[in-house]
Ligand binder design. Structure first.
Ligand code: KG4
Ligand code: ZN
Length: 350
């Protein structure tokens, strides 16, 4: 047993993430110990356009990936020869950016004679919870809220997921970004709304909390976004000044209320005693506070990653990659980027 644990400790995963606008690489030991976590964020580059420009993102990934991966190895004090396997995000995400990471990982594996493991980006986000909660094991329920996804997921086992709720239109992070732009805060909207909301009154404007009739766990945020836009237009037409902080706080409260209500309904219905959050929106301070309260009331243990592991990073891909590796998952060199990869689906690519 002791020998087995020592052996597992030495499993070193070099992970690469490039699905959107972060070029990231990490080295993870024994599944949960992060030896290095390098993130080159392109946010400043895309800010002037008000959102991510895929072509620009791809070009920057090409420029940066070599240096980011080398720095991850250096900071971990490891060489390619020490690495057990390379894990890389192969979907979902932007096809150009994904292709850079996948091609780079394949080249590394070819050169170093290493196994290649393609990882689902959302599986990575969920697995970020394992880094700082060494005691966390499936089964548990997880809300994944990011710029591209709002999923309620039952984590049945490592690598075994059931999506019971998803957004019908905009993702939660997307709504944050669009509303931030509309009230003049700019990109990226999530952190800016989070910050300014602390000075606003969340009860100032009563924005709608949308329900999807056919499913208690699905989300819809486009109606809320329209309600904010209508409110802003109304103010302009009446010549009233818009209080940015009040609108931000009221919008944020509407999103948080819906995310918490649906998540707690799922936890109750499925009888889970553990609940986790993941994805960029999971770093929202108001959302975290609301879940701390709700989980306490329901007597459920609440898990959340530190903000650096909520937004896109490669450490989470390394953790997910480790569990895939342990399950025997290996990809061939025909692995391709899959922009619309479904959670739980294993494909080689387009
Ligand atoms: O997980 P992530 O880094 O990338 C995707 O996989 O999409 O999530 C990015 C999203 C953006 O929409 C950003 O505005 C949102 O997460 N976000 C936040 C916060 N920090 C990032 N949303 C609300 N509050 C935050 N503090
Ligand atoms: Zn993400």
């Amino acid at each position: 047993m002791w020998e087995k644990m020592e052996e597992e400790k030495e499993i070193l995963i070099l992970a690469i993430e490039s699905s959107c606008d972060e070029t990231a690489a990490a080295v993870v030991r024994g599944g949960r110990e992060v030896l290095s976590n390098i993130i080159y964020s392109q946010i400043e580059l895309h800010t002037i356009y008000g959102g991510v420009v895929p072509e620009i993102a791809s070009r920057k990934h090409i420029e940066k990936i070599n240096q980011v991966v080398q720095t991850a190895l250096d900071q971990a004090g490891k060489k390619l020869e020490d690495i057990t396997a390379v894990a890389v995000t192969y979907g979902p995400g932007l096809v150009g950016p994904l292709l850079i990471g996948v091609s780079f990982a394949k080249a590394l594996c070819f050169a170093g004679g290493l196994p290649l493991i393609g990882v689902h980006h959302i599986e990575g986000h969920i697995s970020a919870n394992y880094i700082e909660h060494r005691e966390l094991e499936p089964p548990f329920a997880c809300l994944v809220a990011s710029g591209g996804h709002s999923h309620l997921v039952l984590v049945k086992d490592y690598g075994e997921y059931e999506v019971i709720g998803r957004t019908r239109d905009d993702a939660a992070g997307e709504a944050f970004d669009k509303v931030a732009r509309a009230i003049g805060l700019g990109y990226p909207g999530g952190p800016k709304i989070d910050k300014i909301s602390r000075e606003g009154n969340p009860e100032a404007v009563n924005f709608p909390r949308a329900k999807v009739v056919e499913s208690a766990y699905d989300f819809s945020f486009s109606g809320l976004k329209s309600a904010v836009l209508n409110y802003l237009n109304g103010c302009r037409m009446k010549g009233e000044e818009v209080n940015q902080a009040d609108v931000a706080a009221s919008f944020q409260k509407a999103v948080v209320d819906v995310l918490v209500e649906h998540s707690m309904a799922a936890v109750r219905e499925y009888g889970f005693t553990k609940f986790a959050i993941a994805g960029g929106v999971a770093s929202n301070s108001s959302l975290r506070e609301a879940f701390v309260r709700a989980c306490k009331e329901e007597n459920i243990t609440f898990y959340h990653p530190s903000p650096v592991f909520c937004t896109d990073n490669a450490a989470m891909i390394g953790v997910a990659g480790y569990y895939e590796y342990q399950k025997g998952v290996r990809h061939d060199f025909d692995l391709n980027a899959v922009p619309n990869l479904k959670l739980g689906e294993r494909v080689r690519g387009i």
